[in-house]
Write a protein that binds this ligand. Structure first.
Ligand code: SF4
Ligand code: MG
Length: 333
């Protein structure tokens, strides 16, 4: 059984021209790191938050989300509490947004331990110090007495990771966990997350707009566009043979993972902008930006996710080699 399973999850908001999420199917197993990649506004965060039952207010929800077999859609407060304070935890982009600036780090970390376990202050403090050491902070005892403003963004993100581990979750949802940090700190935080994931055999869903970051750490990648999964495949295959023009475009618009011998490839962003919630298209939602779009086909019918080898791809031309040609063309290195 998958630790996290989305089955045909759709979320619609009143007054919008297209759904926020449209038929999402996605799984994460124990011990697996899975990435959900796409531009901002594609529905990645909504997908991640759904796993904790954090749905947009007023939304019409259809389909299923299961965390360790427990249904989240329509779940009551007790089931949601047991998921949020037990099985699953979430790490957000901006650590400063998730922590009360006038409370000490120790109070932030021990509150959950004391409330849910009934532990006294000493025991909760000892456990919090252990967790701070586990995320690689140098002086746990001192950090427990500090206030958030005394810590750098990278240190504070480590505190948030420690906080996410207090209940011993089996699933970690990471929503752009390094985006707000400088480049060298980003690598450190990813290394901490990777180590904890291995040590604790966690299932992890990594939300990112950075497909190279996803490739460096993930077993499988899902690519999302305008509320739909447009391609999913094991990482090596997605990189070797991107079949969806949008995936190829994301690869073309990311810096290369390893520097080639020659000059670095130029960044070529995908032209046009993502489809907003007030736009809809009868055919493929990527058609307006797609260099491979075929008039009369792509603008008429929406492509469905279909299997091509190990990949699932939603593109009418997935069998043709157009996407890999497109990818080479946009690299212009
Ligand atoms: Fe491009 Fe057509 Fe494929 Fe959509 S279905 S991604 S428009 S080729
Ligand atoms: Mg987001």
């Amino acid at each position: 059984m998958a630790l996290l399973e989305y089955e045909n999850l759709s979320i619609a908001l009143p007054g919008m021209a297209r759904p926020v999420l449209d038929g999402i199917d996605l799984t994460v197993s124990a011990g697996e790191i899975v990435a959900l990649v796409g531009e901002s506004g594609s529905g990645k965060s909504v997908t991640a938050r759904s796993a904790l039952g954090l749905f947009p207010t007023g939304a019409d929800i259809d389909g299923h989300v299961r965390v360790d077999g427990t249904e989240v859609v329509g779940a009551g407060p007790a089931a949601l509490r047991s998921i949020r304070t037990g099985t699953a935890s979430m790490i957000f982009q901006d650590p400063r947004a998730g922590i009360n600036p006038v409370r000490r780090i120790g109070d932030f970390l021990t509150e959950a331990l004391r409330v849910s376990n009934g532990w006294d202050k000493g025991r909760a403090n000892a456990r919090a110090a252990e967790l701070l050491a586990a995320v690689g902070l140098p002086d746990p005892e001192r950090h427990l007495r500090q206030y958030p403003y005394e810590l750098s963004g990278g240190m504070l993100q480590r505190v948030m990771i420690a906080g996410a581990l207090t209940a011993g979750p089996r699933l970690l949802l990471c929503d752009e966990p390094t985006t707000a940090l400088d480049v060298s700190t980003q690598a450190e935080i990813m290394a901490v997350l990777g180590r904890l994931q291995r040590e604790r055999d966690l299932g992890m869903l990594l939300i990112t707009h950075d497909i190279e970051l996803a490739a460096a750490v993930c077993d499988r990648i899902y690519v999302m566009y305008a509320g739909r999964i447009v391609e999913t495949a094991p990482t090596a295959q997605l990189f070797g043979t991107p079949r969806h023009p949008y995936t190829a475009g994301l690869l073309g618009s990311s810096p290369p993972l390893r520097a080639p011998d020659g000059p670095p490839a130029r960044l070529v962003p995908i032209p046009g902008s993502p489809m907003g919630l007030l736009d809809s298209a009868p055919g493929c939602s990527f058609a307006a930006r797609c260099r491979s779009a075929r008039p009369g086909v792509c603008d008429r019918t929406a492509p469905r996710l279909e299997r091509h080898g190990e990949a699932l791809v939603a593109c009418h031309l997935a069998e043709e080699s157009l996407t890999s040609m497109d990818n080479t063309a946009t690299r212009e290195g």
